[in-house]
Design a binder for this molecule. Structure first.
Ligand SMILES: Nc1ncnc2c1ncn2[C@@H]1O[C@H](COP(=O)(O)OP(=O)(O)O)[C@@H](O)[C@H]1O
Length: 175
């Protein structure tokens, strides 16, 4: 952990629908980490430069997002939830978790979410091609990147449990 941080920062990334928010909420409940949902932050603080009609999502402003998060990331104690990971400063994170979901399971989750067909198939394809895993491995030291399956409730429980154990270990000297 960076010396100036009392508590670590964790990034939970992965294709939409892999379970980032669910996982982060449960980890946040069990630790002193604060859940930072970057998508919500973009919407609430207008950290975007318009709306992409084709994909029905905001065109995010990466610099604005990093500026908005800089102080709290320097203080530590955040669990950041976002479906991309290559624009955050590498120094922010002590652990990077990439969630992965089998394509049939992911397809059903995104269908339930009402994604338009194009957005749905592009996201499933992104997952099949391991796009976010590659992005994470190119952006962070391999030792801090953990690729974890997120298909079942048992996977979810195990991912939460191992992250909470990691947190306890790195914070055992913090009062
Ligand atoms: N490991 C899992 N097993 C079963 N269902 C899951 C799992 N992770 C997430 N889900 C479900 O999948 C849906 C998408 O999860 P969510 O956390 O919103 O994903 P993301 O934040 O990555 O878009 C939710 O309905 C959630 O309850």
């Amino acid at each position: 952990m960076e010396a100036k941080r009392q508590l670590p920062n964790v990034l939970v990334t992965g294709t939409p629908g892999t379970g980032k928010s669910t996982t982060c909420e449960q980890i946040a409940e069990a630790t002193r980490l604060r859940h930072v949902n970057v998508g919500d932050l973009v919407r609430s603080q207008d950290l975007h430069c318009g709306w992409d009609e084709e994909y029905s999502c905001h065109i995010i402003d990466e610099d604005k997002i990093c500026d908005a998060l800089e102080d709290q990331m320097n203080r530590g104690g955040n669990i950041v939830d976002y479906h991309g990971c290559d624009f955050f400063p590498e120094r922010w994170f002590d652990l990077v978790i990439v969630l992965q979901t089998d394509n049939t399971v992911l397809y059903e989750r995104l269908e339930k979410r009402g994604y338009p067909q194009k957005k749905l198939s592009e996201n499933v394809e992104c997952e099949i091609m391991h796009v976010i895993v590659q992005e994470a491995l190119e952006s962070y030291r391999e030792e801090i990147v953990q690729v974890l399956p997120s298909n079942t409730v048992e996977d979810l429980e195990s991912n939460v449990e191992r992250t909470v154990q990691w947190y306890k270990q790195v914070t055992c000297h913090v009062r």
